[in-house]
Design a protein around this ligand. Structure first.
Ligand code: NI
Length: 251
């Protein structure tokens, strides 16, 4: 399995060594660590240089849009010379936490889309309570980068619109929650070839560990739930999602 979105730099309860050991013992071969804030860049570069199976993304999360500085464009370009930087992320719009700087979020999102295009890297998108604006901005500004809607949280209808654009859906622990009816429907309704596995650790821990700190090892519960919902084998879920992830991120 490939955990395509996992903040192992933010896990507090166990060491990175143990995180990676648990992941390995639970069938996770590769992990991709997104940045949320420029402060994360240094740690991510260290992780990808130290561990063969850890890859990175660079970007500024919409909630941290105020920490954006145009100097970051050159910094990211330089750091992305390292081939283990495999995407720009996580970037996008978040109207859930704070609606007071939506316009700034949009501006920074657009700048990072253009940067991804220039670097020929995929875009790992954070969209919370901002489906329409996220979709419209990507449609207008993205010129050729592959798009992953990380922690997809929309309806079946929105999922289908995204897939029509050729985008991919990152599915995480929420799909295991009993009340996540909409997510379960999405997973049943779209082609498996458009689904990626992720944990978004340390957040959104799947059942049966819901409430505890999340880690990449738990991505198997996501894969198992998808297999159950689609009435296919776990092996098929693992094989197809790994194939798609390798194709998108060139890992
Ligand atoms: Ni995240």
């Amino acid at each position: 399995m490939i955990d395509t979105h996992t903040h192992i730099n933010m896990i507090e309860g166990i060491t990175v060594e143990d995180v990676l050991k648990n992941a390995n013992e639970n069938g996770v071969d590769k992990l991709i660590v997104p940045a949320a804030n420029p402060k994360d860049f240094e740690g991510i570069m260290k992780l990808i240089n130290k561990y063969d199976n850890v890859y990175g993304m660079l970007g500024v999360h919409p909630s941290d849009a105020k920490d954006w500085d145009d100097k970051l464009i050159n910094e990211i370009k330089n750091l992305a010379q390292n081939k283990k930087i495999v995407a720009i992320g996580e970037v996008g719009l978040d109207y859930y936490w704070d609606k007071s700087f939506n316009d700034l979020q949009k501006e920074i999102f657009i700048k990072q889309i253009k940067l991804a295009n220039e670097l020929n890297l995929p875009i790992d998108v954070h969209d919370r309570d901002a489906h329409k604006d996220t979709f419209d901005i990507l449609k207008e500004y993205n010129n050729g980068s592959k798009v992953v809607m990380h922690c997809f949280s929309g309806s079946v209808e929105f999922a289908k619109e995204c897939i029509k654009e050729g985008w991919y859906l990152g599915i995480g622990g929420v799909v295991t929650f009993k009340n996540a009816v909409k997510m379960k429907e999405v997973v049943q309704a779209v082609a498996l070839e458009h689904i990626l596995l992720e944990t978004d650790a340390p957040y959104l821990t799947p059942v049966p560990y819901r409430g505890q700190e999340n880690q990449p090892a738990y991505v198997k519960f996501v894969a198992e739930e998808i297999a159950k919902l689609r009435r296919i084998t776990l092996e098929e879920v693992i094989r197809i999602t790994a194939q798609t992830s390798e194709l998108i991120f060139k890992i």
